[in-house]
Design a binder for this molecule. Structure first.
Ligand code: NAI
Ligand code: MG
Length: 363
C-alpha cells in the first residue's frame, strides 16, 4: 500500500515525525510518499493544495495529514506575494478541498475510553452539506431576501446588514450518510444508531431526515435506531457515554459533537479521525495546527498514532490496528510522567511520548 504523508503546518510536522516510526515498528508494509500542503503553499503559490499534491493523492492509496493552518480571508490575502495580490486567488481550506474533491462525505471520529473502558462509540459527521455547504451570504442576495426580510430583525437591519446561511439538507447527502452509518454499525459491532437532529425547531428538514432514516432502518431490524435532539444528545454524551454506538450528525452538529467526544476521551491529543467516501479516503488527527505549540516539543503525538491505527483497520490490517491501540492504551493508563505529554499530566516531549508507545509495541 502507498501512503501519502502530508505533514502540513504548525504541530503537524511535529506529530507526524514522531508518529511515523510506529508504521515500521508494528510491521505495516506501507510505502510512504511525502507531499506539501498548507499555509506555506498558499503564501508562495496562492494555493494551499498545489498541483503536485493532487498528483500524489491520485497515485497513492490513502493519505495521512498532520494539521493545517487556516486564517481569515483578509489575513490570507495580506500574506500573498506581491505578484499574486493584483488579482488574488480565493483561499479554500485544504481539508474542505480534499473532502469535496475526493467525495469524502463521512467524517468518522471514534470516541474510546482509553483509561477505564467505560465507553466506545463513534461520531460520524456529514462532511459536505449542512451549514458548511458554502451558502453563506452577506449581503443577502435579492431572491433570498424575499424570504429573509419577513423576520423582524432582518427587516430592521436591512439587506446589507443581514447575513444568512443556508443549512443544506439533501436526500443525496442524508441517504448516503445514513447507509454508511448502518454499514459501520454492522462492521464494528455496534447495535444502536443515534441520529442527532432538532426536529421540533427545524421542522421541514427534520421531516426529510426522519423519512430517510426510517426507511433505511427497516432494512436493518437488528439495529436499534433513534433520533435525538442534539442538545440532549450532547448532555448524554457526557453523563451516559456508554449508551451510544454510532452517532450520525449533519456537518455543524457533528463538528461540535465530535469535539465534545474528544473532550470526553481525554482531549484533542487523543482523538483520531478518518474521512471516507465511496472510494477515496484520508486520515488525520482531529486537532488543528496549534501554531503556538509548533516546534516546542509539547504536542501530544497519540492522536496521530491512533490515526495510523484507523488507517490500518480500514485497509485490512486489523491485528496491527489492535496492537497500536493497546500500546497507546497501556501508555495512557500507566501515565508515567516521563511517557505522556503535558495535556495528560506528564512532562514528556512529543518524541518521548511516541517512543513510549514504540517500546510497548516492541514488547
Ligand atoms: P487546535 O486544535 O490547533 O488547538 C486547540 C487547543 O488544543 C489548543 O489549546 C492546543 O494547544 C490544544 N491541542 C491541539 N492539539 C494538541 C496536541 N496534539 N497535543 C496537545 N494539545 C493540543 O485548534 P485551534 O486553536 O482552533 O486552531 C489552530 C489552527 O489550526 C487554525 O489555523 C485552524 O484553522 C487550524 N485547524 C486545522 C484543522 C485541521 O487541520 N483539520 C482542524 C482544526 C483547526
Ligand atoms: Mg472542529
Amino acid at each position: 500500500m502507498q501512503l501519502a504523508v502530508l505533514p502540513g503546518d504548525g504541530i503537524g510536522p511535529d506529530v507526524i515525525n514522531a508518529a511515523l516510526p510506529v508504521i515500521e515498528t508494528v510491521g505495516l508494509p506501507w510505502a510512504l510518499e511525502y507531499g506539501d500542503v498548507g499555509w506555506e503553499c498558499w503564501r508562495s503559490g496562492g494555493d494551499p493544495v498545489p498541483p503536485q499534491t493532487w498528483e500524489l493523492l491520485g497515485k497513492t492509496d490513502t493519505c495521512l495529514l498532520g494539521a493545517i493552518t487556516s486564517k481569515p480571508a483578509r489575513e490570507a490575502e495580506q500574506e500573498l506575494p506581491t505578484c499574486l495580490r493584483v488579482n488574488p486567488p480565493i483561499y479554500r481550506s485544504p481539508v474542505i478541498q480534499l473532502r469535496q474533491n475526493l467525495g469524502l462525505y463521512a467524517n468518522v471520529r471514534p470516541i474510546r475510553d482509553l483509561r477505564n473502558d467505560q465507553f466506545n462509540f463513534v461520531v460520524i459527521r456529514e462532511n459536505t452539506e449542512g451549514l458548511y455547504a458554502g451558502l453563506d451570504f452577506r449581503p443577502v442576495p435579492a431572491d433570498l431576501w424575499e424570504h429573509v426580510r419577513v423576520h423582524p430583525n432582518a427587516a430592521d437591519s436591512g439587506r446589507e446588514e443581514t447575513a444568512a446561511t443556508i443549512r443544506l439538507q439533501t436526500r443525496t447527502g442524508i441517504e448516503r450518510l445514513v447507509r454508511f452509518g448502518f454499514a459501520y454499525a454492522h462492521s464494528h459491532g455496534f447495535d444502536r444508531v443515534t441520529v442527532a437532529d432538532k426536529p421540533n425547531v427545524l421542522r421541514a428538514s427534520s421531516t426529510l431526515l426522519r423519512g430517510i432514516v426510517e426507511s433505511i432502518a427497516e432494512e436493518h431490524p437488528e439495529i436499534e435506531v433513534e433520533i435525538l435532539n442534539v442538545d440532549a444528545l450532547a448532555l448524554w454524551m457526557v453523563t451516559r457515554p456508554e449508551r451510544f454506538g454510532v452517532i450520525l450528525a449533519e456537518n455543524m452538529f457533528g463538528d461540535i459533537l465530535s469535539d465534545l467526544g474528544a473532550g470526553i476521551m481525554g482531549g484533542l491529543g487523543l482523538a483520531p479521525s478518518a474521512n471516507l467516501g465511496s472510494s477515496g479516503s484520508y486520515f488525520e488527527p482531529v486537532h488543528g495546527s496549534a501554531p503556538k505549540m509548533a516546534g516546542t516539543g509539547r504536542a501530544n503525538p497519540l492522536a496521530t498514532i491512533l490515526t495510523i491505527a484507523e488507517i490500518a483497520e480500514h485497509h485490512d490490517f486489523p491485528r496491527e490496528a489492535t496492537t497500536i491501540r493497546s500500546a497507546v492504551r497501556t501508555v495512557v493508563e500507566r501515565r508515567h510522567s516521563s511517557d505522556v505529554t503535558y495535556d495528560l499530566g506528564g512532562t514528556a516531549t512529543t518524541t518521548a511520548a511516541a517512543n513510549a508507545v514504540l517500546k510497548e509495541i516492541e514488547r
